[in-house]
Design a protein around this ligand. Structure first.
Ligand code: MRU
Length: 377
């Protein structure tokens, strides 16, 4: 069951709530999420008392973004174990909640393996649940560390590619603290540039249809005091043509072995624009987003979302007459094409920045070497 149990900001000013936290109130362990569907209007916590509530939260995008999905998946397994549910059944449901971000199944598998190992070593259910929780906490911590290292590597790369500073960075979707144990991926690089006085402007794509850029990235940029401007996704072309973009920084949901990058739909057109305008197109993601088992872009499963997300303006604040509960913006019965992600081929990617360093040019060999290096650490 999920329940909204805390709403902050009575004076209208949002307060600090982490994207995810484990809690152990007297009634039993819970996973508490900052409900991202309700931002930026209000900061509301969503409490999951079992894995099926978390599956719903993942599907509705209350919790989202590749690294955070991994962390959530791991905690979800720990929650199932702590609450005495069938861990393997919960793991299957959690890993299958969304198909594209590989981090989700990586996180689920890590906690599941820790649980299984504890059982194999003769641990009782409580010890096995403790092992799953420890694995989830470790992943959470590692993601925070990876985020800081990505920011440093990304900033160094920006300085190398764009000497002189004063960067004008275009970003898409949301890749900050809301998707991470730390400060995020691409957004963390822009934030590091901002703190160093080297960010002239963050251009924020609104990111249709669910407005992760407008609702979440603009929210994070404002909270961090960054100079940012919001644009509709289709205004990006004229921005490039006007020479206003120095670099594109995006995250990734899955990077195939050949370097193809799946990210929020609208990323691929930005890569094409960037190439035409000779602007670096940089992907920032932890090594856990690289999936050696997915050989190429065509093998990445792209999640298809319900059509009402396109035919209606949906928001928790809007409950009108559309089938999805939003304001209809197309004639009733209109069909919609609504892939959540698109795939950018490696030849359009200037560099992939990870916590282990940057890969440029992006080749299968360089990525494989990076993954090997990370496994040895
Ligand atoms: O559908 P979402 O909001 O989960 O999509 C998120 C993205 O596409 C992000 O850019 C990606 O997960 C990278 S987050 C660091």
């Amino acid at each position: 069951m999920a329940d909204q149990y805390a709403q902050s900001g009575e004076d209208g000013r949002p307060t600090e709530i982490p994207a995810i936290r484990w809690d152990e109130p007297p009634e039993g362990p819970v996973l508490v999420l900052l409900d991202q569907t309700r931002l930026p209007a209000e900061e509301v916590e969503l409490v999951c008392t079992d894995a099926s509530a978390l599956v719903d939260a993942i599907r509705s995008l209350a919790v989202r973004g590749a690294p955070l999905l991994g962390i959530a998946g791991a905690y979800g397994v720990a929650l199932a174990a702590a609450r005495g549910f069938d861990v393997d059944e919960a793991a299957v449901a959690l890993a299958g909640a969304r198909p594209t971000a590989v981090n989700l199944s990586v996180g689920v598998r890590r906690a599941q393996a820790a649980h299984r190992d504890a059982v194999a070593k003769g641990g009782d259910p409580e010890q096995a649940a403790g092992a799953a929780l420890a694995a989830a906490r470790r992943l959470h911590r590692e993601d925070a560390e990876a985020s800081a290292r990505m920011a440093a590597h990304g900033l160094a790369l920006l300085d190398e590619l764009l000497p002189g500073g004063g960067h004008r960075i275009l970003t898409h979707c949301n890749t900050g603290a809301l998707v991470s144990g730390g400060e995020g991926t691409a957004f963390a690089v822009a934030l590091a540039a901002h703190r160093d006085g080297r960010l002239r402007r963050l251009w924020v794509d609104e990111t249709r249809p669910l407005l992760q850029g407008a609702r979440l990235t603009a929210y994070e940029a404002a909270r961090n005091g960054m100079a940012y401007t919001l644009l509709t996704d289709n205004a990006a072309g004229s921005l490039f043509a006007a020479g206003e973009v120095d670099a594109v920084l995006i995250g990734a949901d899955r990077i195939a072995a050949d370097g193809s990058v799946a990210n929020k739909v609208g990323s691929y057109p930005l890569a094409v624009l960037a190439r035409y305008h000779h602007v670096p197109f940089i992907v920032v993601a932890p090594v856990t987003t690289v999936d050696p088992d997915t050989p190429d872009g065509a093998s990445i499963e792209v999640e298809q979302r319900p059509g009402f997300e396109v035919t209606e303006i949906t928001s928790p604040q809007v409950t009108v007459s559309g089938a999805g509960g939003g304001i209809p913006v197309a004639p009733l019965g209109t069909q919609a094409y609504n892939p959540a992600f698109d795939v950018t081929p490696p030849e359009l990617v200037t560099a992939i920045v990870t916590e282990e360093g940057a890969v440029s040019p992006v080749t299968a060999e360089a990525l494989a070497e990076l993954c090997d290096r990370s496994r040895q650490v």
